[in-house]
Write a protein of this length. Structure first.
Ligand SMILES: [Zn+2]
Ligand SMILES: [Zn+2]
Length: 294
């Protein structure tokens, strides 16, 4: 069985219902979206009835959705004003995602900038705790692993697992999880496709089977350990078709939905990206019994 496969679509062309319709045309069975302008953290007013109608349309089409927070927030900032804007914005995103009945909101781990990694980590723990205390709804918050570009936190699986444990501090809030991005992990130098057995062992050791709810499936423009976050079309980057096939045919990664965020010039190109993902996932190395998808 293959998991649900989809891509990042825009809500600017008719909202979530229209995005679900386009997702269906592209051959997707799930999709991701920005709940508001990705360059803005100004909280957006929520018309729950209207968002509910949009969610009904997506539901009729059988298309679940995942929200992705705007990039401008920084969970690790020590700047009081930016910290407040970040928290308010993410709480607002969770509320929008809930109104759209999306089960998950993805956020990037913080950047500590001049504060140092330890202070940045403390600030991020405090910020996420505050967000989950203020937002009491069912939407899960997923922390995304990073390429380690600049001063980004959250590069390794053990660092992510530690962050989750520190944020929860024994309370085990199951709304906190992880989004795993293949491009970021490759660029961070933690996903070596020649050592996939070791990677899977680390995945299990750090509890990722339980924590990871979404995989961002992207190729990388730059090399292993480059610490550069630049996505590339599937199979056309430094990861390549063979490595992607190895990854996608492992049962551990086939229980989690795959969302593609490759740098397409137009949304229509995601039809081909989704087709490539399905093709690679059913190639050579696929285990017996894995082929009877849909
Ligand atoms: Zn991503
Ligand atoms: Zn990225």
């Amino acid at each position: 069985m293959l998991p649900r496969i989809g891509a990042h679509l825009s809500l600017s062309r008719g909202g979530l219902g229209a995005a679900a319709e386009r997702a269906r045309e592209l051959g997707a069975d799930i999709f991701q979206y920005f709940p508001k302008n990705p360059r803005s953290y100004r909280p957006k007013a929520i018309d729950r009835a209207e968002l509910g109608r949009q969610a009904d349309r997506a539901g009729e089409l059988g298309l679940p959705s995942v929200a992705h927070s705007p990039y401008v927030t920084n969970l690790s900032t020590l700047d009081e004003r930016l910290a407040r804007l970040t928290r308010d914005s993410i709480v607002n995103d969770l509320e929008i995602a809930e109104a759209y009945r999306s089960p998950y909101l993805v956020v990037h781990c913080g950047r500590y900038v001049g504060a140092g990694a330890a202070a940045g980590r403390e600030a991020m723990i405090e910020a996420v705790r505050d967000i989950l205390a203020r937002y009491q709804g069912p939407c899960h918050l997923l922390l995304e692993n990073t390429a380690g570009q600049g001063t980004e936190l959250g590069q390794t699986l053990s660092e992510l697992a530690d962050l989750v444990a520190a944020i929860n501090a024994g309370r085990d809030d199951e709304r906190l999880g992880i989004c795993f991005d293949t491009c970021h992990a490759f660029a961070a130098g933690i996903l070596d496709f020649d050592e996939l057995d070791a990677f899977v062992a680390e995945w299990q050791r750090t509890g990722m089977e339980k924590l990871v709810r979404v995989i961002h499936l992207n190729d990388s423009k730059f090399g292993f350990g480059s610490h550069k976050d630049r996505h590339e079309y599937l199979g056309k980057g430094q990861i390549g078709r063979e490595n992607l096939t190895r990854f996608l045919t492992r049962p551990e990664f086939r229980r989690i939905p795959w969302l593609i965020e490759t740098p397409v010039a137009a949304e229509e190109e995601y039809a081909e990206e989704i087709r490539v993902a399905r093709e690679l996932a059913t190639m050579g190395g696929a285990k017996e019994g894995d082929q009877q998808d849909e």
